[in-house]
Design a protein around this ligand. Sequence first.
Ligand SMILES: [Zn+2]
Length: 213
Amino acid sequence: MTALPAAIPRSPTMSAMPARHPTSPAVYAGVDLGATKIEVVVTGADLVPAAQARAATPLRGGPPAVVTAIKAAVEEALAASPHASLTAVGAGVPGQVDDSTGAVAKSPNIRGWTASYPLRAELGDKLGVPVAVDNDVRTALLGEHRLGAAAPYGDVLAVWFGTGVGGALLLDGVVRRGRLGACGEIGHACASPGGRRCACGRRGCLEAYAGRG
Ligand SMILES: [Zn+2]
Protein backbone atom coordinates (compact mmCIF):
# COMPACT_ATOMS: atom_id res chain seq x y z
CA MET A 1 0.00 0.00 0.00
CA THR A 2 2.58 2.43 -1.14
CA ALA A 3 0.26 5.35 -1.69
CA LEU A 4 -1.53 5.48 1.65
CA PRO A 5 -0.91 9.18 2.35
CA ALA A 6 -3.23 10.01 -0.50
CA ALA A 7 -6.06 9.08 1.83
CA ILE A 8 -5.41 12.10 3.97
CA PRO A 9 -6.23 15.09 1.78
CA ARG A 10 -9.16 13.30 0.14
CA SER A 11 -10.91 12.51 3.39
CA PRO A 12 -13.82 14.85 4.07
CA THR A 13 -13.05 14.56 7.77
CA MET A 14 -9.51 15.77 7.28
CA SER A 15 -10.30 18.50 4.81
CA ALA A 16 -12.76 19.97 7.28
CA MET A 17 -10.03 20.33 9.86
CA PRO A 18 -7.71 23.32 9.88
CA ALA A 19 -4.02 22.59 9.75
CA ARG A 20 -2.22 23.16 13.03
CA HIS A 21 0.28 25.48 11.46
CA PRO A 22 -1.57 27.00 8.53
CA THR A 23 1.49 28.91 7.36
CA SER A 24 3.77 25.84 7.36
CA PRO A 25 3.84 23.33 4.52
CA ALA A 26 1.74 20.26 5.25
CA VAL A 27 3.43 17.12 6.53
CA TYR A 28 1.56 13.83 6.58
CA ALA A 29 2.14 10.39 8.03
CA GLY A 30 0.42 7.42 6.41
CA VAL A 31 0.03 4.29 8.52
CA ASP A 32 -0.65 0.79 7.24
CA LEU A 33 -1.66 -1.42 10.16
CA GLY A 34 -1.30 -5.09 9.30
CA ALA A 35 -1.65 -8.34 11.20
CA THR A 36 2.13 -8.72 11.55
CA LYS A 37 3.59 -5.29 10.88
CA ILE A 38 2.96 -1.57 11.02
CA GLU A 39 4.36 0.50 8.17
CA VAL A 40 4.61 4.28 8.25
CA VAL A 41 5.56 6.75 5.56
CA VAL A 42 6.04 10.49 6.09
CA THR A 43 5.49 12.89 3.19
CA GLY A 44 5.34 16.56 2.50
CA ALA A 45 2.44 18.22 0.72
CA ASP A 46 3.68 16.69 -2.54
CA LEU A 47 2.90 13.20 -1.11
CA VAL A 48 6.37 11.99 -2.10
CA PRO A 49 7.68 9.70 0.66
CA ALA A 50 10.41 11.43 2.66
CA ALA A 51 11.02 8.68 5.22
CA GLN A 52 9.62 5.35 6.32
CA ALA A 53 9.53 3.22 9.45
CA ARG A 54 8.34 -0.26 10.22
CA ALA A 55 7.44 -2.03 13.47
CA ALA A 56 6.03 -5.39 14.46
CA THR A 57 2.34 -5.40 15.32
CA PRO A 58 2.18 -6.13 19.07
CA LEU A 59 0.96 -9.61 19.90
CA ARG A 60 -0.06 -8.62 23.43
CA GLY A 61 -1.88 -5.69 24.91
CA GLY A 62 -4.62 -5.32 22.31
CA PRO A 63 -5.52 -1.98 20.70
CA PRO A 64 -3.78 0.24 23.32
CA ALA A 65 -0.48 -1.53 22.60
CA VAL A 66 -1.11 -1.09 18.86
CA VAL A 67 -1.64 2.66 19.38
CA THR A 68 1.64 2.90 21.31
CA ALA A 69 3.47 1.02 18.55
CA ILE A 70 1.96 3.23 15.83
CA LYS A 71 2.99 6.36 17.74
CA ALA A 72 6.57 5.12 18.06
CA ALA A 73 6.75 4.22 14.36
CA VAL A 74 5.31 7.59 13.32
CA GLU A 75 7.85 9.40 15.50
CA GLU A 76 10.67 7.27 14.09
CA ALA A 77 9.66 8.06 10.51
CA LEU A 78 9.24 11.75 11.30
CA ALA A 79 12.67 11.87 12.94
CA ALA A 80 14.19 10.28 9.82
CA SER A 81 12.48 12.83 7.56
CA PRO A 82 13.51 16.44 6.96
CA HIS A 83 10.27 17.60 8.57
CA ALA A 84 9.89 18.89 12.11
CA SER A 85 6.23 18.28 12.89
CA LEU A 86 3.14 16.62 11.50
CA THR A 87 -0.01 18.22 10.11
CA ALA A 88 -2.17 15.08 10.06
CA VAL A 89 -2.08 11.30 10.05
CA GLY A 90 -4.07 8.79 7.99
CA ALA A 91 -4.31 5.12 8.90
CA GLY A 92 -5.55 2.09 6.98
CA VAL A 93 -6.65 -0.75 9.23
CA PRO A 94 -7.81 -4.31 8.54
CA GLY A 95 -11.30 -4.06 9.88
CA GLN A 96 -14.66 -2.40 9.70
CA VAL A 97 -14.45 1.31 10.48
CA ASP A 98 -17.31 3.48 11.70
CA ASP A 99 -16.97 6.52 9.45
CA SER A 100 -18.63 8.88 11.92
CA THR A 101 -16.57 7.98 14.99
CA GLY A 102 -13.38 6.45 13.60
CA ALA A 103 -13.91 3.41 15.79
CA VAL A 104 -12.67 0.09 14.49
CA ALA A 105 -14.88 -2.92 15.11
CA LYS A 106 -13.55 -6.23 16.37
CA SER A 107 -10.66 -7.07 14.06
CA PRO A 108 -9.94 -10.79 13.80
CA ASN A 109 -6.66 -10.07 11.98
CA ILE A 110 -5.14 -8.18 14.92
CA ARG A 111 -4.51 -10.23 18.03
CA GLY A 112 -6.40 -8.97 21.07
CA TRP A 113 -8.67 -6.63 19.07
CA THR A 114 -11.78 -8.21 20.52
CA ALA A 115 -14.17 -5.27 20.68
CA SER A 116 -14.84 -1.95 18.99
CA TYR A 117 -12.05 0.52 19.79
CA PRO A 118 -12.00 4.31 19.20
CA LEU A 119 -8.78 4.27 17.19
CA ARG A 120 -9.17 7.70 15.60
CA ALA A 121 -9.70 9.41 18.96
CA GLU A 122 -6.98 7.49 20.79
CA LEU A 123 -4.39 7.95 18.05
CA GLY A 124 -5.27 11.63 17.71
CA ASP A 125 -4.88 12.04 21.45
CA LYS A 126 -1.47 10.34 21.45
CA LEU A 127 -0.11 12.11 18.38
CA GLY A 128 -1.67 15.51 18.97
CA VAL A 129 -2.77 15.97 15.35
CA PRO A 130 -5.96 15.20 13.38
CA VAL A 131 -6.18 11.53 12.42
CA ALA A 132 -8.23 9.85 9.69
CA VAL A 133 -8.92 6.12 9.90
CA ASP A 134 -10.45 3.89 7.27
CA ASN A 135 -10.46 0.30 6.15
CA ASP A 136 -7.10 -0.59 4.59
CA VAL A 137 -8.58 -1.74 1.30
CA ARG A 138 -10.41 1.57 0.84
CA THR A 139 -7.32 3.60 1.73
CA ALA A 140 -5.28 1.53 -0.72
CA LEU A 141 -7.81 2.21 -3.47
CA LEU A 142 -7.74 5.92 -2.63
CA GLY A 143 -3.96 5.83 -2.94
CA GLU A 144 -4.06 4.00 -6.25
CA HIS A 145 -6.64 6.43 -7.55
CA ARG A 146 -4.67 9.47 -6.43
CA LEU A 147 -1.16 8.33 -7.33
CA GLY A 148 -1.10 4.84 -8.78
CA ALA A 149 -2.53 2.37 -11.24
CA ALA A 150 -6.11 3.63 -10.95
CA ALA A 151 -5.25 7.30 -11.47
CA PRO A 152 -6.67 7.57 -15.01
CA TYR A 153 -10.00 5.97 -14.12
CA GLY A 154 -13.18 7.13 -12.41
CA ASP A 155 -14.78 3.71 -11.93
CA VAL A 156 -12.61 1.01 -10.39
CA LEU A 157 -13.16 -2.30 -8.61
CA ALA A 158 -9.97 -3.00 -6.65
CA VAL A 159 -9.28 -6.51 -5.39
CA TRP A 160 -6.43 -7.45 -3.04
CA PHE A 161 -5.38 -11.03 -2.45
CA GLY A 162 -3.81 -11.71 0.95
CA THR A 163 -4.85 -13.83 3.90
CA GLY A 164 -8.31 -12.99 2.70
CA VAL A 165 -9.69 -11.34 -0.40
CA GLY A 166 -10.32 -7.61 0.02
CA GLY A 167 -12.31 -5.46 -2.36
CA ALA A 168 -13.27 -1.81 -2.71
CA LEU A 169 -15.30 0.09 -5.26
CA LEU A 170 -14.73 3.54 -6.73
CA LEU A 171 -17.53 5.07 -8.82
CA ASP A 172 -17.41 8.50 -10.46
CA GLY A 173 -14.14 9.14 -8.65
CA VAL A 174 -15.57 8.46 -5.18
CA VAL A 175 -14.78 5.44 -3.02
CA ARG A 176 -18.14 4.01 -2.02
CA ARG A 177 -18.80 2.87 1.51
CA GLY A 178 -22.25 1.37 1.13
CA ARG A 179 -24.95 1.32 3.75
CA LEU A 180 -23.07 -1.20 5.90
CA GLY A 181 -19.61 0.14 5.12
CA ALA A 182 -18.70 -2.97 3.16
CA CYS A 183 -19.23 -1.84 -0.44
CA GLY A 184 -16.97 -3.79 -2.81
CA GLU A 185 -15.99 -6.39 -0.21
CA ILE A 186 -16.29 -9.42 -2.45
CA GLY A 187 -14.30 -11.93 -0.37
CA HIS A 188 -17.40 -13.50 1.10
CA ALA A 189 -19.46 -13.48 -2.07
CA CYS A 190 -20.47 -17.03 -2.89
CA ALA A 191 -18.29 -18.43 -5.67
CA SER A 192 -19.35 -22.06 -5.32
CA PRO A 193 -22.64 -22.93 -3.59
CA GLY A 194 -22.09 -25.65 -0.96
CA GLY A 195 -18.34 -25.55 -1.62
CA ARG A 196 -15.33 -25.23 0.67
CA ARG A 197 -15.90 -24.02 4.20
CA CYS A 198 -14.76 -20.44 4.73
CA ALA A 199 -13.30 -18.91 7.91
CA CYS A 200 -16.54 -16.94 8.23
CA GLY A 201 -18.43 -20.20 8.74
CA ARG A 202 -20.25 -20.28 5.42
CA ARG A 203 -19.44 -22.41 2.43
CA GLY A 204 -18.20 -21.54 -1.02
CA CYS A 205 -16.96 -17.99 -0.42
CA LEU A 206 -14.49 -16.58 -2.94
CA GLU A 207 -12.02 -16.18 -0.07
CA ALA A 208 -12.10 -19.92 0.66
CA TYR A 209 -10.60 -20.48 -2.81
CA ALA A 210 -8.56 -17.37 -3.55
CA GLY A 211 -7.30 -16.33 -0.08
CA ARG A 212 -4.13 -17.64 1.58
CA GLY A 213 -5.88 -18.29 4.90
ZN1 LIG B 1 -16.74 -16.38 3.92
